[in-house]
Design a binder for this molecule. Sequence first.
Ligand code: S3P
Length: 184
Amino acid sequence: MARAESTRRVFLIGFMGAGKTTVGRALARRLGWSFRDLDEVVEEREGKSVAAIFTEDGEAGFRRVESAALQELLHENAAAGNLVVALGGGAFVQASNRSALQRVGILTVLLEAPLEVLRRRCATDGKTRPLSVDETRFAQLFTERRAAYELAHVRVDTTDKPVERVAAEIEHMLAAAAKLEVKE
Ligand code: S3P
């Protein structure tokens, strides 16, 4: 019972181009919740773009600040109301980040699409992604990350679906979950 009335947080995960940021914003708007994008938190914290962090500090440097930003987000928002978060594509792949989410009982939703769809979205959405430049590496990461992504609580296919439809599906799922919690 208490659960449905307490703070609720949903984290969207998935590969580059899955639509985590656009769906996250739409979902937050529908629910009247706040929205945060982990890459934006990293950029605000470091005072430079994700691409600049990759160039200056390498991927390892980016992963360090990404984990630190995630920790900050998890603690700073613990009492700040209901929240939708879009993680960067590699954040959930790091086991320590997954454990941090698990420890605070975050619901994770995986947004899925086939490789070609993700590739097309990354080429057209205007975001600079250091790890989508090399097509072979992009495909390799897609395969390598699958097992980690499958650890999400829920999966939603985004192929050929408008952003609002994906957001509506997640909203309905959350409403159903809240009803179950109230009955418990
Ligand atoms: C990354 C995905 C990016 C961003 C960074 C690394 C990844 O976010 O965090 O470029 O490792 O998949 P999006 O998933 O929002 O593109």
